[in-house]
Design a protein around this ligand. Structure first.
Ligand code: PRT
Ligand code: ZN
Length: 221
């Protein structure tokens, strides 16, 4: 008898979501065998292979159907989706880890009396689409400065008056003399599945995987 077709799941290679993602799969009963390189791993007791990558690439892999499943922050997912004509994935479940919020922050001493204060200003962010959607919702015209990292330095370097960045404890904002003034998005890691029609012989394994993960999440409620 031939081996059943294997599912693929996209996971963050190394970062804030990596350990939690692997723990979730382990709790779901998957025994994960690491391969020769660290880009893939195989579950020895379940027909699934794991693919490790930058979190920013996970929506693409799932949307294109290369991976049937993925675990990624809602922030990364929604930023990606805003740039797509049609999202080819669905959120199966929020996972309760990787919690943070995308917030607009201003220098501590600056006065701020609501979104109108952003009009005509420069705002630095790694999430230009989510920020643009927020500004549009409030009818605000502002200049978005795209940065790929160290966004919190922008006001001090006079690149932008405001920033829009992820916040969890708030320590980074405080250390840089900034304070949060608006919440753009509340985020956590989510399990996503591809909406690209998959091979029919994978349907049973998909359902079994979802039942197992659902079981783990139910015990965490
Ligand atoms: O290499 P790769 O591209 O995969 O990783 P990455 O550097 O893009 O992401 P990583 O590992 O830092 O974060 C992965 C995901 O974790 C994010 O997309 C969020 O969904 C989630 N997450 C949760 C966070 C934070 N909390 C967080 N605090 N991501 C980033 N931060 C950063 C934030 O950007 C800021 O620099 O932490 C700083 C603020 O933290 P506090 O505690 O000082 O407020
Ligand atoms: Zn990333």
């Amino acid at each position: 008898m031939s081996e059943p077709a294997r599912l693929h799941m996209a996971l963050q290679k190394s970062g804030r979501l990596s350990d939690y993602s692997r723990d979730l799969l382990r709790d779901a009963g998957l025994r994960i065998l690491h391969g020769k390189n660290d880009l893939t791993a195989r579950a020895e007791n379940f027909p699934i292979d794991l693919m490790f990558m930058r979190d920013d690439d996970i929506p693409t892999f799932v949307s294109d159907g290369v991976c049937e499943f993925g675990i990624v922050g809602r922030n990364v997912l929604e930023e990606f989706a805003l740039g797509e004509a049609a999202a080819r994935f669905e959120i199966v479940a929020p996972l309760g880890f990787g919690r943070c919020s995308l917030k607009i922050a201003a220098p501590e001493r600056a006065t701020y009396e609501g979104p109108r204060a952003l009009a005509g200003q420069r705002i630095a962010t790694s999430y230009p689409r989510l920020l643009r959607a927020f500004l549009d919702r409030h009818g605000i015209d502002a200049t978005i400065v795209k940065m790929n990292g160290a966004v919190e330095l922008a006001p001090r370097l006079q690149i932008a008056a405001f920033i829009c960045d992820l916040v969890s404890t708030g320590a980074t904002l405080e250390a840089n003399g900034l304070r949060a003034v608006e919440t753009v998005l509340d985020s956590e890691a989510v399990l996503i599945r591809s909406l690209k029609p998959g091979a029919p012989d994978k349907a049973d394994a998909s359902e079994k995987l979802l039942r197992r993960i659902g079981g783990v999440l139910a015990t965490q409620e």
